[in-house]
Each structure stands twice: as C-alpha cells, then as structure tokens.
Design a protein around this ligand. Sequence first.
Ligand code: NAP
Length: 482
Amino acid sequence: MTQHLNLIHGEWVAGHTLAPNLNPSNLADVIGEYTQGDAAQVDLAVAAATAAFPAWSTGSVQARSDALDKIGTEILARREELGTLLSREEGKTRAEGIGEATRAGQIFKFFAGECLRLSGETLPSVRPGIGVEITREPVGVVGLITPWNFPIAIPAWKIAPALAFGNCVVLKPADLVPGSAWALAEIISRSGIPAGVFNLVMGRGSVIGDALVKHPGIHAISFTGSVGVGRRIAETCVQSGKKVQLEMGGKNPQVILDDADLKQAVELSVQSAFFSTGQRCTASSRLIVTEGIYEQFIAGVTARLAGLKIGDALTAGTDIGPVVSQAQLEQDLSYVEIAKSQGATVAAGGQRVACHTGSGHDGFFMAPALITDTTPEQRINREEVFGPVASVIRVKNYEEALAVANDTEFGLSAGIATTSLKHATHFKRHAQAGMVMVNLPTAGVDYHVPFGGRKGSSYGPREQGRYAQEFYTTVKTAYTLA
Ligand code: NAP
C-alpha cells in the first residue's frame, strides 16, 4: 500500500499515524494510506513558510509565474489520471473528475498571468510637493482549509492566488479525500518553488485545522466548508487579528416561471440539483415553480431522473456517482425522512440503491430525491442537505417566487428559468445571492471571475479571478516628498 506523507520545507514527512483513503463507489478499494499530522507538524510547516517568506515575497514575479505555469501545464497534461483519482476518492463521475482537474490546471495558468498584472496607483497628494503611491503586498503565511467536494479545484483556487501574490502556504485538505490534494502537492514540489513556500499537512480538521487557525505565525485563513466550522474559525481569527475568508453552505433557489422553456428548465434543474451527486455548494436544492408550469415541470424532472444511471463513478455511462461517505449518506436519507414527517411527498428516489455494477451495497449509492408538496418554512427548505436531494415549492407568480428564493439565511447562487427579459432583469438585481444565473444551472461557474456569496454563505472578500487579490494582498499607501 502506497504511503503518502506531508510536505514540510520541501521534505516528505511522516505524521503520527496513517489513514486509509476509501473509494465511495467500492469500499473494498483502498486508494492509499495518507499520513495524519499533528499540531507539532503545523508548527514546523508554519516555521518553514515563515522562513521562506522574505525571499519569496520580494523575489522575481517571473519566477512565480513560471512555477505556476509549470504546475498548470502538468495538471492539464495529467488531467485524465488526476480526474480518475478524484472520481475514485470523491465519487463524482469520471467525466466530472476530469473536468475538475482541468479547471485546476486552468486556474494555475490564469494566476501565472495574474502574477505579472498586479498593479498599483499613483496619485497627487492634497499637500503640495508630495506624491502618493498605493501598492499591494503579500499578506504573509496563509493557512488554507478545504472541503471534500472539490478535492483539487478548491485547493487550486486558493493555492494559486496565494503563491501568485507572494504569500507562503500551509494547506490542510479534507481528511476524507486527501488523494487529489496530495497529488497536487507532489506536482507543486517539483515546480521550482523554493522549499517552505508551499507546505501540506494532512489530518483531522479538529487537530490540523484548529492548530492552523490558532497559530500566531499564520496571518490569514482561507476556509471553504460548513457554516458551523466556518463561523468558529472566523471568531478565532478575529480574536487574534488574522485576515479571514469563508466560503460556506448554500440553499440555492432555482426559480422556474410559467414562460420558461420547459425542456431547458427541466435539464438545468436536474443538472444543478443532482449532478456531482448534489454535492456542490452551488447545487439547486430548492426548485421554486409557478403554478402554470408546475405539473409539466414535475413530470419532466421525474422522467429525466428515471433515465439517469446511478453507479460506480469510474464506469462509463454513469450519470450519478455515490455519496461521498456513510455519514453523508445517512444525513441525506435522514432529510428525506424529515421532509416526509413534515408533510412532504417523495415524488422520486430518496432511497439507498444497490450499485449497477452488481456489487450490491458496496458503495454509498442513493437515488436522487425529488421532494414535492413542501413549504418554505419546512426544514428541507431551510437547512443544507448537501446530497442528491431537491425540494419543490409551488408559488403563484414571479413576485412570490422571488420572495421565497430570498427567504433563506444563505445567499450563494440563485437561478431563474424564464423567457421574460423583464423578470430576468429584475431577478438579477433583486436575488440576494453572490452569483445569479439566467437560464443556466445554479452550479457551473467560470474561473476568471469572482466566486462567492452573501448572507450566511460567505464572509470576507471574493475568491477567484482578479478579485482574489483582495484577500491575498494587503494595501500600502506610501507618501514621498518630492
Ligand atoms: P467541513 O466539515 O466544514 O470541513 C471543511 C474543512 O474544515 C475540512 O478540511 C475539515 O477537516 C476542516 N475542519 C473541520 N473542523 C475544523 C476545525 N475545528 N478547525 C479547522 N478546520 C476544521 O465541510 P465539508 O463537509 O468538508 O464540506 C461540505 C461543506 O462545504 C458544505 O457546507 C458546502 O456547502 C461547503 N462548500 C462551500 C463552498 C463554497 O465555495 N461556498 C464550496 C464547497 C463546499 P476534516 O476533513 O478533518 O473534516
């Protein structure tokens, strides 16, 4: 069994124990053993990053750009292999895994360019004879804490801008899916980046994540994950004066109006609610449908779900892979029961199923659940499930649809299916979400533009695109007497 170690100051270092990385499609398949670090290794990683920071942060931007470009090139060249590994450990289909690996490569390429585009401003002072310059400098040593659902893209969209703008990094990936992050770290270790600039410490969030967040040598924390963990991290960071960026949960609404193109509305709703097994923070989990199209829409979604193939993530033709873990499967199934107990109807799916490859309950497979007859105040419409579960809320008109869409503590992504320019335009302005989609799934975004939400979904500056510099740099204002 291959053992995968932590990367600290350019060396591969064993932690105190090893944990197996299991394939959620086939529990007999152990992908590898991954070391579990401890707080002492966090100390070593932060010390390595701190030592590397002065040279890296003031060094050649060409060297940074070359390294990021090299990382992106290798990821893209190995996208099939990395995408297969990703699907094997996380459970999204192989096509989705390859797509995610490709995205990771593109992100490194994008930030290879961004290194060279960091600009400042020169202004006249209000006082005569003085010049004012505004420049951006790296923040310092940043701790990156990532979730299991995008095991290579989310590490990539944090690591690439952190390094591009001259920071040093300690990455703590999700314990459930360390394989993709480890493979990425291995690529980074051969990119020409000096020892200590990038460090990987795998292990439990309650140990490694907590130690990072509390470490006095860490200047900023970028976290993606659940609301509960995120809010605790924010409190700790604020107390110690660390910069903090949180991307958290969603309860994303997809509005379908009477005038929508029915076929398009069905397809985009099924894709955004159920593809990637519904395990996307941007997944549509609330389908808000006006009365005139309601019956046809439900019939269309139900028919489309019946045609989806649930099975091993690596098998060609699979549409929906397994849920990531036993605990997540139990949570998903429990929300179906909660919905039923509050009066909802399960119109399709909602049960554990045997794998189509014939290995029985060897994986965490679940039939996508479409839950109808729900009302906005029910738990199924208020709490994030994070699985292949979508509920439907019937509304009278656009005004009610918008009100229901916004009636949530979350605000990540919101979608509308309509042929009305008036309603599309109004929705873009009034949906309380960081990202709005018109006739597109709520999930599925570009890498060169800002990503993030409002309300309980996000805290701090946006990720991705050139907006990433807000978090990974700090502004300096310099005055010079001429
Ligand atoms: P999670 O349980 O909050 O874990 C996220 C990361 O935090 C993991 O690496 C975890 O380590 C670590 N962690 C756990 N406890 C910690 C602590 N006390 N201190 C510091 N770090 C700690 O979330 P998840 O289950 O991995 O991911 C699902 C959630 O992520 C969903 O809510 C989803 O909506 C959200 N998400 C949001 C976005 C977005 O951009 N808005 C994108 C993707 C996912 P372990 O691996 O050991 O648990």
